[in-house]
Write a protein that binds this ligand. Structure first.
Ligand SMILES: [Zn+2]
Length: 467
């Protein structure tokens, strides 16, 4: 009897616990949807500051402005963490055309890839060899590549529902295509933009030359998907056509920049840290609204929403706006390095860096036992149509915090439209939906609330389900 009563008491207390969590989540979502700050913040960051390439004046303006805004939220601490970042500049806009006969040209849309060297001042004109990937270079050999522009034209796989997988299947062309092509004597590399739809926007992104000596580096640019199709068609009609382009980009010396950090100090366990963040830098073509302005303002709003919803965190909650994710990862590495040096016990970190679209759930980088704890909270998210809880992947900036104890997570919004904008001139504020952005901020806040309340308590049973 005693045992039954005890069990009943447990059930009742679990029920009331669950109810009160459900109530808190409701409050968080209501607050975000009626009094959210993320959209107004993003309006300023995108429209008043704009693109924030590492080392640029705009990146520093973004550092100062986000620091001031976090101070207005009334956090316990706000500070800047110094970090040296690379400074790459695009220079005068690029120019390119396809030449089918002397004087007969069609202009095409290109942009230099981040980290690329410039062409000679007067540009490069050469024949083109189209490939479907780096592995094709070996098959063709130096004889067919030397003196030509290599055109990497493998498209993203449209059948992948997870568009990040489609991106992952092609990004090597952008990252190391020029380095590899250069080794076969190519004079330049042109890469099909990483975009699932056909349009006129070229998409930039990081590339690197590895250990290739500076004097042997060849320039590399992205071409819009429409123009990639055009170039490919023209090559089929006449393999002797020429491609001309010029770009004036430059790698300068590293400069001082900052991660921006705000903290609500925990009331019971101030030495246990929970991090929520995104990256403050962006590419320079658009204003970086989706990548990753959305993640920045959502992360800032997590701390504000906790306060507005009456949550007094037991653990220390930090928002970290990481600098230089796009072309160096210096901010993420610096934060983890300092945390390690100070022996700070980070238990949970959440990143939003997949666009400001309708949230679907989270991915987790943690062990099975810790993942079971997350699954035990899944039903709390059901009213908000948050259903995707899976292991695998979190976020680039929080990755360096990984150890065997921490749980890392990434917000997973719907990504079907993400690569329409990613790293391109149309990644601008008008592509953001207010309600979708606010739902993302609320969803992040809800998970941070649960981790703050319960800590990381591994549940040692087999996963309830796993895909
Ligand atoms: Zn990003």
């Amino acid at each position: 009897m005693k045992r039954i009563l005890f069990l009943c008491a447990c059930c009742v207390s679990m029920l009331s616990m669950a109810q009160s969590d459900a109530e808190v989540l409701k409050k968080i979502y209501d607050n975000s949807l009626t009094n959210g700050q993320s959209y107004q913040w993003l309006d300023y960051l995108s429209n008043q500051i704009g693109g924030r390439l590492s080392g640029s004046l705009n990146a520093e303006r973004a550092v100062q402005w986000t620091k001031e805004e976090l101070e207005k939220v009334g956090l316990d601490k706000v500070w800047l963490q110094p970090v040296m970042v690379p400074k790459w500049v695009r220079g005068t806009p690029e120019f390119a055309y396809i030449e089918t006969a002397p004087g007969k040209t069609t202009n095409v849309n290109i942009c230099a890839l981040g980290g690329s060297v410039a062409t000679p001042a007067l540009g490069i004109k050469a024949n083109v060899i189209e490939v479907q990937g780096i592995e094709d270079l070996k098959l063709l050999g130096r004889e067919k590549i030397e003196g030509k522009i290599v055109f990497f034209n493998r498209p993203m796989d449209a059948t992948q529902i997870n568009t990040f997988k489609a991106y992952g299947g092609c990004v090597d062309q952008r990252g190391t295509g020029a380095k590899e092509a250069g080794e076969y004597g190519a004079v330049a590399a042109i890469v099909r933009s990483l975009n699932l739809r056909l349009d006129d926007f070229p998409h930039t992104g990081a590339m690197n030359y590895g250990d290739t000596p500076v004097s042997e580096r060849i320039p590399s640019a992205a071409i819009s998907t429409n123009d990639a199709e055009l170039l490919s068609t023209m090559l089929k009609l006449n393999s002797e056509i020429k491609f001309y382009f010029r770009q004036h980009c430059k790698q300068l010396k590293d400069v001082l920049s900052h991660n921006v950090i705000g903290e609500i100090t925990g009331s019971e366990f101030p030495d246990e840290y929970i991090v929520v963040g995104g990256h403050l830098d962006s590419w320079d073509l658009g204003d970086g609204s989706h990548d990753d302005g959305a993640g920045i303002v959502q992360s800032m709003d997590v701390l504000r929403l906790l306060k507005k919803s009456g949550v007094k965190p037991k653990r220390s909650i930090r928002v970290v706006l990481f600098m230089n994710e796009e072309n160096g990862m210096r901010g993420g590495n610096k934060y983890a390095e300092v945390a390690k040096r100070k022996s700070e016990n980070h238990i949970f970190a959440l990143e939003s860096d997949s666009g400001g679209f309708t949230p679907r759930g989270f991915s987790f980088d943690c062990n099975d036992a810790n993942f079971n704890q997350v699954l035990s909270w899944k039903s709390l998210f059901k009213p908000y149509l948050i259903h995707f809880f899976e292991q695998g992947g979190s976020g680039a900036d929080i990755g360096p915090l990984k150890n065997k104890n921490i749980v890392l997570a990434g917000l997973r919004p719907d990504t079907q439209r993400y690569f329409d904008y990613h790293h391109a001139a149309n990644d601008t504020f008008d592509a953001i939906n207010k309600r979708e952005l606010e739902l993302g901020a609320a969803t992040m806040t809800a998970l941070v609330y649960l981790y703050d309340k319960y800590g990381v308590q591994p549940i040692n049973t087999k996963p309830v389900f796993k895909n």
